[in-house]
Design a protein around this ligand. Structure first.
Ligand SMILES: Cc1cc2nc3c(=O)[nH]c(=O)nc-3n(C[C@H](O)[C@H](O)[C@H](O)COP(=O)(O)OP(=O)(O)OC[C@H]3O[C@@H](n4cnc5c(N)ncnc54)[C@H](O)[C@@H]3O)c2cc1C
Length: 196
């Protein structure tokens, strides 16, 4: 049976794994942390204390797992995490996931007379510190859009005398009370800070 390497056990990685199982592929999900849920897990560091979703629970609903009527329309991040963990339990993904395991390299292995190349995946077990390579038939990258902080290239920014943080470090508003705060970036996250 064809083997599929999936990078990331956020919601995208779990959905990809489920779809692989459904069509008879064998998924192996590599997750560098020791939990599922990706950005929705507080240990990943992306979310702030009061964060709720910016789209309704109906748009976040997986067809196999309906929300209960009592769940808020715009759930708190902890509710979304519980929902993803519930999904994880229902599909018993345990045997398909390698936690604390970071993919550090992925390269094609060309083979003569084969339509598709295979992939050589190198991964690092962060618990044992062992590195291994394994050949897979397919690779799905579900490592998230929001994994790394991106700082704009603003000339002279280093001369700014106030504190500078990236939104990835923001946790709660009290620290900024009665201060003039300039927020760079006008999309959804910025609007939420502004309301706070
Ligand atoms: C502040 C914030 C608010 C958001 N609000 C909403 C919202 O309200 N509604 C909405 O629909 N979406 C929202 N999003 C978008 C959110 O990114 C998606 O909802 C969704 O959770 C993304 O899931 P994902 O599985 O693609 O990625 P992620 O959740 O980022 O998961 C990626 C996983 O890959 C792992 N990983 C990364 N690199 C490696 C590697 N090399 N080896 C092994 N593992 C690796 C990470 O540890 C992580 O667990 C928000 C995002 C942020 C940052």
């Amino acid at each position: 049976m064809a083997k599929v390497a999936i990078i990331g056990a956020g919601i995208s990685g779990l959905l990809a794994a489920k779809s692989c199982i459904e069509v008879g592929l064998v998924p192996v999900v590599f997750e560098r942390k020791n939990n599922v849920g990706g950005v929705w897990h507080s240990t990943q560091g992306y979310i702030w204390d009061s964060m709720t979703t910016n789209v309704s629970k109906y748009q976040h609903q997986l067809s196999e797992l309906p929300w209960s009527a009592t769940d808020p329309i715009f759930p708190h991040h902890s509710v979304i995490l519980k929902y993803i963990e519930e999904y994880y339990k229902i599909y018993n993904f345990d045997k398909h996931i390698l936690f604390n395991t970071k993919v550090i390299k992925a390269e094609k292995v060309e083979q003569e007379n084969k339509q598709f190349p295979k992939g050589n995946i190198q991964y690092h077990n962060l618990t044992t510190n062992n590195k291994k390579c394994e050949i897979f038939d397919f690779l799905i990258i579900a490592s998230g859009l929001n994994s790394n902080a991106i700082y704009p290239n603003i000339p002279q920014l280093k001369n700014f005398r106030g504190d500078i943080i990236h939104s990835i470090e923001y946790k709660e508003p009290r620290k900024y009370k009665n201060k003039n705060v300039l927020v760079i970036g006008g999309a959804l996250v910025q609007r939420k800070y502004h309301v706070k």
